[in-house]
Design a protein around this ligand. Structure first.
Ligand code: 13P
Length: 251
């Protein structure tokens, strides 16, 4: 039985004081809900305030990206070591918005994944097809290829600290959600890809989340599916009540 992981991706929302307020509001709503891991991935500048606010609770704090180099002339970037020292345990890598708007490629996603793993963080590795790929019937090939490229040279031991977030790009921020069947099927394709790369046990153990307009009303059905081990939640993670309903759905 895989443990469910419910993670919020705040994207470019919340100032440090707003972060503190949202976590204070969420804490009592999710207290004692220990049948799943609860994570907020927050903008870099919110990490300190978020860590402080989450202290002593079951909410863990993650970041939304990490650079692949240890240090150097990469203006505006943040290294794994910097995140580690701030107490960050999780980091999103390869989000479709990074791929779409900031030129991330399968190669940089792989490098960032490696850097985060080497620093001892858990990676929430995002992948998923765009609308045309689904319409053209090549979703399985796309997610399988993205999985393979993102995990290039990552060992079976390191894979234990990888969570995959299947996020169909057409479902992100659109209010369109994959049906539970679509989510289950494509998460299953990703699981099979893991099996071909790392074997049966690794495939059974890896946590695969669904993300894309998951909300308080559709979470339960999505999370009930065999291959869906959690959610990566954008918009609904910015509302304490909605987020806590999704956490409830994972209990
Ligand atoms: P929404 O839940 O707002 O669709 O965003 C999903 C997402 O991109 C999480 O990473």
């Amino acid at each position: 039985m895989r443990r469910k992981v419910i993670a919020g991706n705040w994207k470019m929302n919340m100032t440090p004081s707003q972060a503190k307020a949202l976590i204070e509001e969420t804490k009592p709503l999710v207290a004692g809900k220990d049948n799943c891991d609860i994570i907020f991935c927050v903008p870099f500048v919110d990490i300190y305030a978020a860590k402080e606010a989450a202290k002593g609770s079951n909410i863990k704090i993650g970041a939304e990206n990490v650079h692949f180099a240890q240090k150097g002339a990469y203006t505006g970037e943040i290294s794994a070591e910097m995140l580690k020292e701030c107490g960050v345990e999780y980091v999103i890598v390869g989000h479709s918005e990074r791929r779409q708007y900031f030129g991330e490629t399968d190669e940089t996603v792989n490098l960032r994944t490696k850097a985060a793993l080497e620093a001892g963080m858990t990676v929430l590795l995002c992948l998923g097809e765009v609308k045309d790929e689904r319409l053209n019937g090549i979703t399985d090939e796309v997610v399988s290829m993205q999985t393979k490229l993102a995990l290039k040279d990552i060992t079976a031991e390191q894979l234990k600290n990888v969570i995959i977030a299947y996020e169909p790009v057409w479902a992100i921020g659109t209010g369109l959600t994959a049906t539970p069947e679509q989510a289950d099927e494509t998460c299953g394709v990703i699981r099979n890809t893991i099996k071909s790369l790392y074997g049966e046990k690794a495939a059974e153990e890896i946590i695969i989340q669904y993300g894309g307009s998951m909300n308080a009303s559709n979470a339960k059905e999505l999370l009930a599916k065999e291959n869906v081990d959690g959610g990566l939640i954008g918009g609904a993670s910015l509302k304490a009540k909605d987020f806590s309903i999704i956490v409830d759905a994972a209990q």
